[in-house]
Design a protein around this ligand. Sequence first.
Ligand code: FNR
Length: 366
Amino acid sequence: MDKYISIKDLEEAAFAILPKAAKDYYKSGATDEFTLGENKRAFQRLRIRPKCLMGITYFDLQTTVLGETVSMPVGISPTAMQRMAHPDGETANVKAAQAEGVIYTLSTISTSSIEEVAEAAPKAIKWFQLYIYNDREVTRRLVMRAEKAGFKAIALTVDTPIFGLRRADVRNKFTLPRHLKLANFDGHLSTKIHSTGEGSGLNNYVNNLFDKSLTWEEVTWLKSITKLPIVAKGILRGDDAIKAVKAGCSGILVSNHGARQLDGVAATIEALPEVVEAVKNYNVEVYLDGGVSNGSDVYKALALGARMVFVGRPALWGLAVGGEDGVRRMLGIFRNELEYTLQIAGTPTVADITRDMIRHESEYSK
Ligand code: FNR
């Protein structure tokens, strides 16, 4: 794995390995993919302002998230159907998270079950990402199983009344390969995704089975069936963040679903300050995902008030390249780059990374 020294290296290697339909599914954004590029470009428009001669004698990347200690402020976002990237799929990914001491989030529509993932990495800090099915009994059972299997939080995805339009999936008539199934389910909920028809098989599955009539009252219902903390995943506005908190969420994940839902929305790093400001007087943690590709990006998100960041695609690239070792390499690259960034910026701990450490590029041209 030593030859991969950047996330870009892993991405390029993964592109050379993955079958076309899986590669297209993993890398695509919604429609014209403007926001997909913006998620990365918006990070580049921010500049770090290092402090000199800070007497750096140590550094510490550790932080806590919902009361759990993590080894660094980078976790793994839920991405569906990881066995398309590697035969061990989610189980390899969660083992890497366990070994590296970071959070792993399992998707509802995974190709390894809640129980398989828990068994593969009993000590990992695991969150379960929830899509709410029309059938509430199906949904309730998922939450119960995650709680029983030792997952620590429910990440409720709030940005998906229907699935976004991803043109490559429509062209490829994307379906899950026959030898795989959605492992959290039996019967048609598990295999219906194989049905071919017009356009993306995944969109057909989701748009038939997920409940698009959800409101914030669903959080009240969720809280009545589980003691686990709830993280609202997919928030891009301050007023929505307040609604999430008032509904009882303990965390807000500022996310545009990897730019896969609606093109033309803000990059997540642009939306973050509005959300942080809106909830500053509430007892809630704010996180970010979307386009995080190096240690500087993590640093910038922390400076703007994120407690930690999550990465989706980088874990898929690591998984494709080397299973558990590949994901560990991906996390190792972030760790190494963060260690450098914290020390050279003169802020040796996560708590030292304050708002004044970055500035928007436009402020330099005034
Ligand atoms: C996702 N994402 C996602 N989100 C979610 O809530 N449930 C899911 O099942 C999935 N599945 C999924 C599949 C793939 C292939 C991608 C790329 C993304 C969104 C994901 O959790 C996260 O928000 C983004 O991936 C973050 O952006 P980056 O890190 O991929 O740029």
